[in-house]
Ligand binder design. Sequence first.
Ligand code: SAH
Ligand code: SF4
Length: 433
Amino acid sequence: MTEPSTLTRAPRPSKPAADPRPGLSGLPDGGLETWLESEGQPAYRARQIRDGVWRQNAASAEELLTLPSALRASLDRAFRIDTIATDEVRVSDGGLTEKSLHLLSDGALIESVLMHYPARGFGRAGAGEDGRGADGRPEHRERHTLCISSQAGCAVGCPFCATGELGFGRDLETAEILDQVRHAARRLAARKAHLTNVVFMGMGEPLLNLDRVLEAVAALSDPQRFGLGARHVVVSTSGVVPGIRRLTEINPQFTLAISLHAARDPLRDVLVPLNRRWPVAEVVGAARSHARVTGRRVSYEYVMISGVNDTDVDAEALSGLLHGDLAHVNLIPMNPVAHTPWQASSPQRVTQFAARLREGGIGATVRRNRGQDAGAACGQLAADRAGEPPAPAVAHRRELIVRQSEVALRGDRSVESLPADLEAAVAGRKAKR
Ligand code: SAH
Ligand code: SF4
């Protein structure tokens, strides 16, 4: 049995019952027409409702003023017009980063982060220090990028991730994913701006909630609904290989990002525990065939942790691994999180590591950390709300991480199986397919 790396906190008050009404924004294509017909309503109302949901970003039925009041009332009885309530917004980086904590109808908390990138200067549009976007291509326009959650919590349990520490809550519904986007669009409309990019890099593992993530991307890219090209969407995964393969078959237009963080199995077993099920070679093999079949470059995310995965040996292992691939590496100095024994790599180390990768022929971009003063690491706001776990549990977690990484740094692979809720999450995903 694996010792859990998630922390047990004091029991929380029991959750309110989830609202059983489906979220309006999550209705599939044609769903509104079907419902209107069942209500004996004319089909043209569908466009008015869609405009209310996707242009006006309505939060309640009362805002749908083009509809007769009786229809507004039936809509309200049948659907939740908004499935999330924004509980807190923390603004940082002089207004360039807005981190929101959203409350769901069952009391679960999720986060989204809206990042503004001015057209000129440093920190453009999801861009790194070289002014390139997530896939390494240059970016020039002003951009507004939203980072959204696909699950409440996460079962994967990466020890440098605040969400991983919280453990798994539940999958988000399609509407709960999309309403994060509608909330951000509403905030942007107030400043006469539009959302230009959406990245699934918030809480949760998108490929363990893949059906809903695909439904959400379909709504985002549908010109009748949100109308954002799928090419402006990035979906990040910690390496759910069957999910990557499924994406290759479907060939969606979005960019796939792989959270690699280590090129060698012993270390990746610790940094991304899912590696014990799908090791580096399988993950990179699946990503490589995804790039080959779709013709789209795969991004690799690499969180840089001082003295753990940032040595020259790691850089060489990484460039050897990706050599000749249609790939781009994003180096992200670790955001500070509570309860890990680790620190971010120094800026000099990050620069040297990037230089080594480029010498090895691998495109690499250094990402700036956003929102450090707002609890930058995703899951940090929700963790703050959950309260500080007992000191002995924190000490135990730190010891466990140190012990596991010592074994890894000696080059030995983990002998531990997947933590129980990760095993269940992976099995659940398989059962759904
Ligand atoms: N679960 C998916 C998507 C959400 S996490 C995945 O892991 O890919 C999105 C990204 O944030 C991942 O690359 C993850 O490794 C990174 N991340 C998590 N904690 C971080 C931290 N403390 N500092 C920097 N990046 C972090
Ligand atoms: Fe889950 Fe991604 Fe955090 Fe790992 S980094 S615990 S996969 S959200």
